[in-house]
Write a new protein. Structure first.
Length: 246
């Protein structure tokens, strides 16, 4: 990783250092979405590209957490191990998502790549300097933190009040919407996670997930595709089910 120099000394960074950020596919939804010019130069200068194979972890629960990450390509699952040994998946990250808002001293989750993963990694201290120097970055991070809080609140409702069918319908709807933001096809949901991962996220058993998938297919709301993907064939009915109206 490059040694961090004062931001005031970084204005003459060569244009080629900016290029990866300026053309990054994750930028429209990422923490750097509102940055321009020298601000992007500063982000590029203070970041390191990290590539991780599927099944490998960016961070482990309980380990020192000196870095923050922005997902450039790929998918990540976040999970915690409960005292009795059970696993609870707390979320999934995709292109443009940010990792590291919580757990400044030690990581509160394990972040494991579901697919080959590329991420921008920042030393936490360097990133704090960038936040202090760039209001647009700070404002964007606050917005992302608000989105993360809203997602956590939705997850509480999902686990506490919804039926198994409603949980899975909500999961497919939200994941499809996220993938459309990334340029994916309408109503085509890519599932890089396993059914066991989905079960551990939704607080269900893998048998229940498989049974409900079949029920949704039989009712004509979805079609199961090769490669573990799903086509939402009746989005209105699936959305009504997710909202408890089905």
């Amino acid at each position: 990783m490059k040694t961090v120099s004062p931001l005031s000394e970084q204005k003459d960074i060569a244009l080629e250092d900016v290029h990866p950020c300026a053309t990054c596919g994750a930028r429209p939804l990422g923490v750097c979405a509102d940055l321009k010019g020298h601000e992007l130069q500063n982000m590029a200068y203070n970041s390191e590209n990290v590539n991780v194979s599927a099944g490998q972890a960016l961070v482990h629960e309980g380990d020192p957490n000196p870095f923050v990450f922005n997902v450039v390509e790929g998918a990540v699952k976040l999970y915690r191990i409960l005292p009795d040994g059970r696993r609870q998946i707390t979320g999934f990250l995709f292109q443009g998502d940010f990792l590291g808002l919580g757990g400044r001293s030690v990581s509160t989750v394990t972040a494991e790549a579901l697919t080959p993963l590329q991420a921008c990694r920042f030393k936490r201290g360097d990133f704090d300097q960038l936040l202090n120097a760039m209001p647009a970055l700070e404002h964007r991070l606050v917005s992302l933190a608000g989105d993360e809080l809203m997602a956590a609140q939705e997850q509480i409702v999902l686990l506490g009040r919804k039926t198994a069918k409603e949980r899975l319908a909500s999961f497919l709807i939200r994941l499809g919407e996220r993938q459309q933001q990334l340029g994916g096809a309408v109503n085509h949901v890519l599932l890089p996670m396993t059914r066991l991962d989905i079960a551990d996220y939704l607080g269900l058993t893998i048998e229940t997930v498989s049974r409900v998938m079949t029920q949704l297919k039989t009712s004509g709301m979805i079609r199961l595709l090769p490669g573990n993907d799903v086509e939402i064939t009746d989005p209105d009915r699936l959305l009504a089910l997710a909202e408890g109206e089905g």
